[in-house]
Each structure stands twice: as C-alpha cells, then as structure tokens.
Design a protein around this ligand. Structure first.
Ligand code: ZN
Length: 153
C-alpha cells in the first residue's frame, strides 16, 4: 500500500488509527466511612485529533424525533376520536393503531434508507487509509455506488 500523493509506505487504515488514538473506560471507587458509604464510577474518554478525523460514521438516529412526533399525533388522534365517540377505550385503541402505523411506516421507509446510507458510509470508512507522512486520506477502492443504490431500493 502506497500513498497516492507522496508514494510513501507509511500509510495506515482509518480503523487502526481510530482504535489506537481512542481510549475510553471507567474507574470505580467507594468510601468505607461507617456513616457515609458511597460508591462512584468515573467515565473517561480521550481521543487524539487524528483519531477523531478517522472516526467511523455515526449510526442513524432518526428514530427519536420521528417517534416523538408520532406519539404527539397519536395522542391528538386518540383525543379527537375519544371525544367523537365519547369513549375512552376507542380513543386509546386509536392511539395505539396510529402509533403502530407510524412506527411501521418509519421502519419500512426512513430507517431502511438511513441504515443503508450508514452501511455505505461504514463500508467507505473501512476502505479508508491515511498517510502518516503527508496526511492525505484516501480509499483503497472507489465507493461502489451501484451496490449502495441497490441496497437503498
Ligand atoms: Zn503521503
């Protein structure tokens, strides 16, 4: 493997640079004072600038926002139907039907696309290298757009 710019062999994979430059862990402790027994955990996370640049893509996180909108819509629909039929049970039933429908729509359409994009980005990340000499980052293979599109459909 050679750098395409300066042709040195001092190139490293993104995934290795990321793992080497990232450290996370937790330390635990406790106090044994007879009146004030307490335990604590401290999380620590440190990362070099190069490791941050070589970080893998983030997993899609569209579920929270859409889920919140879905719950609000479902509550509104449930209240409206509950008023119209003067029955709490109808309202609650409607609430769950609307919530379930929105959830399925989200799973089938949006999440599929988001996860396919994430997979494609992750695949690119796995093929990415950085030159330790001149700092340029490059890929072993050009991203295969046709296979990424096939996974989207
Ligand atoms: Zn280079």
């Amino acid at each position: 493997m050679h750098c395409p710019v300066c042709s040195t062999e001092q190139v490293r994979k993104f995934s290795i640079v990321y793992e080497e430059g990232t450290s996370r862990g937790s330390s635990e402790g406790s106090s044994d004072h007879p009146r004030d027994k307490a335990s604590y955990t401290a999380e620590h996370f440190s990362q070099t600038a190069l490791a941050a640049r070589c970080s893998p893509p983030h997993e899609p996180d569209v579920g929270f926002v859409l889920g919140s909108i879905g719950i609000v819509l479902s509550v509104c629909a449930g209240i409206q139907l509950g008023k119209a039929t003067a029955s709490l049970w109808w309202g609650m039933g409607c609430f769950f039907v609307v919530l379930w429908t929105l959830y399925l729509v989200w799973r089938l359409l949006l999440a599929k696309r988001a996860f396919a994009r994430y997979e494609a980005a992750y695949w690119c990340w796995e093929q990415s290298w950085v030159c330790m000499s001149c700092g340029v980052s490059f890929k072993t293979r050009a991203p295969d757009n046709s296979s990424a599109d096939a996974r989207l459909s």
